[in-house]
Design a protein around this ligand. Structure first.
Ligand code: S3P
Length: 170
């Protein structure tokens, strides 16, 4: 199972709870990249640019989705930007989009160290990025959950109810 959505939508926290309750391995894609690289995401953006980071993100995602055991993968918000990733996600995973309004995202996201794509006006940036990606999230997701006002555990419960585990454990 893969969780997609904007930064601040709760993918990592929800993914952690889901994996915990289902007894599955949990992979946070950003954390996996940071571990492999021995550098933080902002450091990677700084040194290698966004393209460099996207390259690493694509390999990490492909490696996760090729693994034999089912797992919960929390993708970075921009993982849907590459057509190859969308294709892979769509066919190798059951994908859930954690959809949130810009207000919700803005409350959860603080501009700073961990958000290299956000500048001085994070709300405006989130709105622009969200608008540009909405179609990509829609085309990649098998299911959409609106997470506004919901605690992470409640979101995880809702996903467990709609996750078609009989069709595919992924
Ligand atoms: C990004 C989201 C971040 C991280 C990187 C780029 C994006 O992950 O991958 O800063 O393009 O939306 P989160 O969505 O986990 O914050």
């Amino acid at each position: 199972m893969a969780l997609i959505g904007m930064m601040g939508s709760g993918k990592s926290t929800v993914g952690f709870w889901l994996a915990q309750s289902e007894g599955l391995r949990f992979v946070d894609l950003d954390a996996a990249i940071e571990e492999r690289q021995g550098r933080s995401v902002p450091e990677i953006f700084e040194a290698d640019g966004e393209d460099g980071f996207r390259e690493m993100e694509q390999s990490e995602l492909a490696a996760c989705l090729a693994a034999p055991q089912p797992m919960v993968v929390a993708c970075g918000g921009g993982a849907v930007l590459r057509a190859e990733n969308r294709e892979l996600l769509r066919h190798r995973a059951w994908v859930c989009w954690l959809r949130a309004t810009i207000d919700t995202l803005g409350q959860r996201v603080r501009a700073g160290e961990n958000r290299p794509l956000l500048g001085d006006d994070p709300m405006a940036d989130l709105a622009a990025i969200g608008a540009a990606r909405a179609g990509l999230y829609t085309e990649t997701a098998h299911e959409i959950i609106d997470v506004d006002g919901m605690e992470a555990q409640h979101v995880a419960d809702q996903i467990r109810r709609v996750w078609p585990r009989t069709v595919s454990a992924r």
